[in-house]
Design a protein around this ligand. Structure first.
Ligand code: NAD
Ligand code: TYD
Length: 334
């Protein structure tokens, strides 16, 4: 199978390309990525001369680039997006451009060429849970509350509409928070690990008691791999990690793993519209495809810490340049 992966130079996309090229010797990958601040080709340097891998730099919202690539591929796995909630609060426009219009351009080309389309989405489209609410599942009504989740919800609706209206063979996955190698250090877990290493403060929004369900990225990649091969066309699959934790629990665990005390913790102004809790019931994908998470949170955090310790040049490079402007704007100059 020749797979067009969009956003393959980002966090989950690059883990997915490693997963496919390592696990499926018969598959080929075309990686279409605009290389925004979040994209980094170093993530995939081991494949750069492999005949099964090709990189194309380009914007998913540019039909002249997208159309011939989709014509050539057997399937599209669509990761490319603006993915960070805090950035969406600062500047929502690019989220509409990439996440909504970009997805539309891909869908049009997939419709023209009749190609299989998998859309990678988030549990954040379902809104926020209260402490005693049942976890999200495929029947949970959409209730996005940030510009990021609203843009992802819009793209999910478009993808489903292309199936209902034009019969496009689609699947959608809505996954909880990922962590692991290659995550941009603007996201919570890599931000904490790298800030601890740099002896910087750890900014905790509000009271730190917000809850996220964490999934090791390799488990997410395995789920998508199963969906594109065995998933039922037109269906949505919720993917979760069975690992609900408060943010402050995560911070304290990482301090413990890195051998530091809690003096670096700094409670800062809460995020606007901060979703209190996410949790996922992944019973459908477990029942239909036999998927379940395999990496425990403790093990995954240990692996992630080791990866960031072994790849200091990688994250220092990600934290240079434009990242510093973002950081100063988000957290002040400290
Ligand atoms: P990321 O920000 O690390 O990577 C996004 C990639 O998309 C980057 O390589 C970037 O260069 C590329 N990109 C951005 N705009 C583009 C454009 N216009 N054209 C082409 N490429 C473009 O994101 P991620 O964390 O890897 O997330 C990937 C997908 O998974 C997203 O759709 C996100 O909504 C979804 N998701 C993420 C998480 C998570 O915890 N990170 C959880 C669930 C779902
Ligand atoms: P994040 O990694 O941005 O993912 P999302 O907002 O998509 O869940 O944030 C995870 C949680 O950590 C979220 O509740 C916000 C919180 N957070 C902080 O407390 N401090 C920070 O500096 C960041 C980036 C996030």
């Amino acid at each position: 199978m020749k797979i067009l992966v969009t956003g393959g130079a980002g966090f989950i996309g690059s883990n997915f390309i490693h997963h496919i090229l390592e696990g499926h010797p018969e598959d080929e990958v075309i990686n279409l990525d605009a290389l925004t601040y979040a994209g980094n080709l170093e993530n995939l340097s081991i494949w750069k001369d492999d005949p099964r891998y090709r990189f194309v730099k380009g914007d998913i919202a540019d039909a002249s680039i997208v159309d011939p690539l989709i014509a050539e591929a057997d399937a599209v796995v669509h990761f490319a997006a603006e993915s960070h909630v805090d950035r969406s609060i600062m500047d929502p426009g690019i989220f509409l451009e990439t996440n909504v219009r970009g997805t539309y351009v891909l869908l049009e080309a997939a419709r023209k060429h009749g190609k299989r389309f998998h859309h990678v989405s988030t549990d954040e489209v379902f809104g926020a849970l209260k402490p005693d609410d049942a976890p999200f599942d495929e029947k949970t009504p959409y209730d996005p509350r940030s510009p990021y989740s609203a843009s992802k919800a819009s793209s999910d609706h478009l993808v489903r509409a292309y199936h209902e209206t034009y019969g496009l063979p689609i699947t959608i996955s809505n996954c909880s928070n990922n962590y692991g190698p290659y995550a941009c250090p603007e996201k919570f877990i890599p931000l904490i690990i790298t800030n601890i290493s740099e002896k910087k403060r750890i900014p905790v929004y509000g009271d730190g008691k917000q809850v996220r369900d964490w999934l090791y990225v390799e488990d997410h990649c395995r789920a998508i791999d199963m969906i594109i091969r065995k998933g039922r066309i037109g269906e949505t699959y919720c993917i979760g990690g069975d690992s609900e934790r408060t943010n402050i629990w995560i911070v304290k665990k990482l301090l413990e793993l890195l051998g530091r005390d809690e003096s670096a913790i700094e409670y800062v102004k809460d995020r606007a519209g901060h979703d209190r809790r996410y949790a996922i019931n992944y019973g459908k994908i477990e029942h239909e495809l036999g998927w379940r998470p395999t990496v425990s949170l403790e093990e995954g955090l240990r692996k992630t810490v080791s990866w960031y310790q072994a790849n200091e040049d990688w994250w220092k490079n990600m934290k240079s340049g434009a990242y510093q402007e973002y950081y100063a704007k988000q957290y002040g100059k400290k």
